[in-house]
Design a protein around this ligand. Sequence first.
Ligand code: ACO
Length: 193
Amino acid sequence: MEFRFNVNEVFKQPIVEINSSLIPPGLSLADKRALWDAVSKVSDVVNAMGEASATAQGLTKPITTSDRLRNSEHKLYLLIDQNANNGKGAVTGMLKTGKKGLYVFDRDGHHYQVQPSCVLDFYIHETKQRMGLGKKLFEHMLTKEQSEPVKMAIDRPSDKFLGFLNKHYSLNNPVRQIDLVTNFLVFSTSIIV
Ligand code: ACO
């Protein structure tokens, strides 16, 4: 996704991590004007990517907005194509993670109160899907969070994401959850311990 501003001036690396501050990594905090300008641009990116992800998933409203990110402890990873848009760069993907308090059922129907790391929102731009970019972004997140796919709960996974998890991580046998209100998917009760 392209923006009216130079994406490469805001995001200096091919994958950047944004938190509730919305301050892009590597920015000097001394120059207040530059800081406000960058935060405003990050906010535009988060809102646009959140909208696109919601549309791709057929949701009526975005799960990810800059306001929601500000008021959370979630992490948002953005994938940048630094060569796109005549060298101005483009944002190609987004992956949001965070901890959630959940009741999780094991295969025997016993339930446990846990707080696993969750995949909350995941999107690769339509023109770039099925090229391995989702895997690249997901692997980066796993390294940063020192986690494994099997240990993460997934919020309302789409068919595409289920295919992704099966293809790359052989995850295809979720533990059936009786509490359908939250719609989280769990692949192993290893998140319980
Ligand atoms: N149809 C079916 N499966 C797909 C599709 C598709 N259009 N796109 C990706 N996949 C799955 C397949 O298993 C595919 O392997 P294959 O091409 O051999 O069949 C595999 O993902 C490809 O892996 P990557 O190229 O690494 O994945 P990609 O860059 O496409 O990113 C993602 C995967 C994020 C699911 C992307 O397809 C996407 O943005 N989809 C639309 C939004 C979406 O469904 N997001 C997940 C919502 S659930 C959540 O966020 C918790």
